[in-house]
Every structure is written in C-alpha cells, then in structure tokens.
Ligand binder design. Structure first.
Ligand code: GLN
Length: 487
C-alpha cells in the first residue's frame, strides 16, 4: 500500500474520494509519522490526535466535502484554535487555551482540513531560525544539525519530514518564505489584508500576514483559496475577490511574462551556491519564454534598518497585553505583592531574551525625543520602498531575488549575534514593508541543501506568483530530502 504521508494534498484528496483510503486512515498515518520522527525533528509543540481523528470522521461521513477535505495540516502556534494550547513559542502563554478560533482556523475546519496540531516557532515570531522558541529548537529534516528557518520552522520542517502535506505560516519579515527556502518547500506571503489576521496573535500589526505552506505549488494554491478572502472581523482585511491562484498554479506557462531581477538583492554577502541556483532558475524561466531584465530598487538597501525599527515598535505596544492578568503565566502572586510587581516578575520570567530586546528597542524608538529620528524616519523609508515597487511595476510584471542569502546554517551559528540573524531577512523584508505578495519556490540544491527563488508581485496579484512557481516546478527536477537520519 502507498505511504499516505508521501502524498501531496491533491493526491490525498484523490485517495479519499476514490476510496483508496479513508480520511481517518490518512490522519492516523500522519499521527503515526509524528510519533515516529518528531522526537528528532521537534516540529510540533502540541498534537491534537483526538481533534484530528474526529474531524477526519466527519469527512468520512460525508459531512464535509471540497478539494482539501480530509487533508492533514500543521498550524503555526501563533494562530488561535478553540480549546487547544496556543503558546507562540513563549513561556508567557503557557497554560492558555484560547476560547475561540482564528478566522484562518475556522475556515480550515469548515473546508474539512484535518488540523494535526500546533507547530514550533521563534517566540512571538521574532527570529529566523526557530532557536528563539522557549520550547527548544526545531531541526531541519535535510540535516538535523541545521536550522529549519524561522520564525515558522516548525511548519516547514513538518512538511519536509512528511509529518503533514500542508501547513500555515505567518510572515512579518519573511517567516513563511525563509523557512520554505531552507527546507525546499513552497511558502507564500499573501498581499497584506488578503488573509484575515483575526485570531493571529499580533507581532507587528502593519506587517503580519498568514499564508499557505506546502510541498507543491498547486497544494499551496488550494490552501490559499481556503484561507483567503474578506473578513469583517479584521479591519485591515481587503474586500476584493481572491486572485485566481489555483488556475495560475495549473497554467505552467510564463510565455511573455516580464521578470525583473532586483539589482540590490545580489552580490556580496550571498553564498556562491545561492547565487548559482538563483541565476539558473532565472535562466530556466527565460528558456520557458519569459523576458528578463535587471531592475534597480535603490531604497531596498534601507529596508532592514527600517523594519527593525517599525516591527519592534509595534511589538512593544502589542506585547503590553501580556500583563499576568489576562493570559497564561502568572509569577509572584503571593497575595501580598502589588499588581505591578506581579506584572514585572511575570514578564521577566515569561519573555525570552530576543523578545525583551525587541520590546526595549521598540520602546526606545517610540519614546518622545527619539520618535521622529527613528520610528518617523523608518516610516518615510517604508514609503520610499513602496515607490520603488511601484516604479518597478511600470517595467516588469514580477520581481525576483534569492529568498535568503544563505542555505540553512548550523544550529547555534548566529545565536550570539542578533545582527547576523537579522541579516537573514535582507531579501524578504521589502515585500512586507510594501504589502504586496511574495513567495519562495524550490530552486535546487547547493551542497545538498535547498535554495529558494523569491518572486514578488503587485498587490493582489498573487496569481503571478503561482504562475511563476508552477512553471518553475514543472521545469526543474523534483527534489526531496534523503532523511538519512531515519535509518
Ligand atoms: N526574522 C524576522 C524577525 O525576526 C521576521 C520574522 C517574521 O516574519 N515573523 O522579525
């Protein structure tokens, strides 16, 4: 019998509708797989076996149909799910069980998707390696001594180790795309406002965006269709039709598409293997009929410092809600201590070093006397970056760059050097500041480790990302991790 964990989402659904396997068998195969390998990968923080099997039974009973009914999924632990622990990789949320579903979670359930559990992440999605999780790091299935990317490393590692065919990520500065790049999977950050943020625990509200992660482009598009679309519960949600992502993923043709290579996102600081695979991917697309030119986006050079002022500023405000009263952890409440003391003790114990660094940075950038020099300046840079994108759209249909300047690095390599960690986001941050959609697609290997091609498109043109991704996937040889550590 075929190994049900090796199937794509599309194949899984076919197996269920043809009677080859029941949804319960599919769910059980994935739960068994998690039990067999996740002690080494550590992709999951919480596995909801009962919930997954109950949902699978509903699918088998014919209560829910649709293209993803019965397909298992790994949910990043930043998204609320009623009654299920949601920690955001932080001690401060330990014990909290949200009383409601995020809109994304509710839409997954309604589509019959089988949510296997919650995946590991850098604390409050701050990081690029998943090493900032309070619950220990996730490992890259391609090489267990390397990072799976971050902040959504649990989701990407679950895909690459066949613990789930689908996953949800969130991307504030690259946390969907960068893990996809270093695990050889597909990750798409939708247009800001394209997917509801209701129930997504806020890091930087003007940047946060949830999106689909999968092993194939079509699977990602099918998931995209399920989670996207207007939600009155999110005031920044866009009231417009979801772009035709599934049709675009199936097109597998880029004839006449104008592709712009971003001049500022290459050169020094990029590993030779990354540059080589990137250039080959661009040549492949040219060979498929696209036209390729170089486009300069001069303000991208300032994206990293602007992001590391805006995101911490918003985080310093958003994380004020963890006050020892409303959620999770409470430390030092002996009946005598003042509320302020309990709050201070809880935050001192509950937040990790990186989260504290961001809160301090953001509070400083917003403080009177420094506001104009830091936060205000960063907002002006954000406008200039948006204008770079708009100018590019008068010349090309999409922009491309490497997703990340390096392949997966060894665990611990950048942990003591925050700036080195931040630099991993150099290619992904511009799209967040602009708000347009961007994706990472597998583009081959460098010394046995995956490299990602990043594609960026105008707002609400997600279809162009899937068009490029689908064509590239069809043209390149399939790549899969050897998982030699299993034997
Ligand atoms: N690595 C970036 C950061 O640490 C981006 C994180 C994200 O997209 N959530 O802020």
């Amino acid at each position: 019998m075929t190994d049900l964990t090796r199937l794509t989402a599309v194949e899984t659904r076919e197996a269920i509708t043809s009677g080859q396997a029941s949804a319960v068998e599919v769910a059980q195969a994935h739960l068994d797989r998690i039990a067999a390998v996740d002690d080494r990968v550590h992709a999951f923080l919480h596995v909801d076996a009962d919930g997954a099997l109950a949902q699978a039974k509903r699918v088998d009973a014919g209560e829910i149909t649709g293209p993803l009914a019965g397909v298992p999924l790994a949910l990043k632990d930043v998204m609320t799910m009623e009654g299920i622990p949601t920690t955001c990789g932080s001690r401060i949320l330990e014990g909290w069980r949200p009383p409601y579903d995020a809109t994304v979670t509710a839409r997954l359930k309604a589509a019959g998707v089988v949510i296997l559990g919650k995946t590991n992440m850098d604390e409050f999605a701050m990081g690029s390696s998943t090493e900032h999780s309070a619950y220990g790091p996730t490992r890259n299935p391609w090489d267990l001594d390397r990072i799976p990317g971050g902040s959504g490393g649990g989701s990407s590692a679950a895909l690459a180790s066949y613990q789930a065919p689908l996953a949800i990520g969130t991307d504030t500065g690259g946390s969907i795309r960068q893990p996809a790049s270093v695990t050889g999977t597909v990750g798409v950050k939708p247009t800001y406002g394209g997917v509801s943020r209701y129930g997504l625990v806020a890091f930087s509200s003007s940047l946060d965006q949830a999106g689909p992660c999968a092993r194939t482009v079509l699977d990602a598009a099918l998931l995209h269709e399920v989670i996207a679309g207007h939600d009155p519960r999110d005031s920044t949600s866009i009231d417009a039709p979801v772009p035709p992502v599934v049709d675009a993923a199936r097109l597998r043709d880029v004839t006449g598409l104008r592709i712009g290579v971003v001049k500022e996102l290459q050169g020094d600081g990029y590993e030779a293997g990354v540059t080589a695979r990137f250039e080959e991917a661009v040549e492949t697309l040219r060979g498929l009929g696209a036209t390729v030119s170089e486009v300069s986006c001069p303000h991208f050079d300032y994206a990293l410092p602007a992001y590391y002022l805006i995101a911490p500023s918003e985080a310093s405000s958003n994380l004020a809600r963890f006050d020892a009263v409303r959620y999770g952890l409470r430390v030092g409440d002996d009946g005598v201590a003042s509320l302020e003391e309990v709050m201070a003790k809880t935050r001192a114990v509950g937040f990790g070093a990186e989260v504290k660094r961001r809160i301090i940075l953001g509070t400083y950038a917003l403080s009177s006397g420094y506001y104009d020099a830091y936060y205000g300046q960063a907002q002006k840079v954000r406008t200039l970056i948006t204008r770079d994108f708009q100018a590019a759209w008068s010349q090309v249909d999409v922009l491309v760059a490497p997703t990340c300047p390096t392949v997966a690095f060894p665990l611990g390599a950048k942990l003591e050097d925050p700036l080195a960690m931040y630099k991993q986001d150099i290619c992904s941050i511009p799209a967040n500041l602009y708000g347009g959609p961007a994706a990472s697609f597998p583009a081959g290997l460098s010394d046995g480790l995956p490299v990602g091609l990043q594609v960026m498109a105008p707002t609400l043109r997600e279809d162009l990302l899937y068009q490029v991704g689908g064509a590239l996937e069809a043209a390149l040889p399939a790549q899969a991790p050897t998982l030699s550590w299993e034997s």
